[in-house]
Design a protein around this ligand. Structure first.
Ligand SMILES: [Zn+2]
Length: 82
């Protein structure tokens, strides 16, 4: 593996643990107990895991927004977080 913990070598890979597929979807979500205002987390998902990841969040009654993944928008968000 190139990089290591914290390295963003492949920012367009599915967020499901162990999955190396290129993301086709983005999932923006909030945990109302720890996220306030406009602070949203973003996960990425491939076609195989979009339903799993969305279901995981919806089972906890978190607000979830799903949209087709556009790499440019993630790059901009990652720079703000770093
Ligand atoms: Zn996946």
């Amino acid at each position: 593996m190139i990089g290591g913990i914290g390295a963003v070598a492949a920012p367009d890979v599915c967020s499901r643990a162990g999955c190396r597929e290129t993301a086709a979807w983005r999932i923006d979500w909030q945990n109302p107990r720890i996220h306030t205002g406009d602070r949203w987390k973003t996960w990425l998902a491939c076609d195989d895991h979009i339903e799993y990841l969305r279901g995981f969040l919806e089972a906890r009654s978190f607000p979830v927004r799903v949209a087709p993944f556009e790499p440019e928008s993630i790059d901009a968000a990652a720079e703000r977080d770093a």
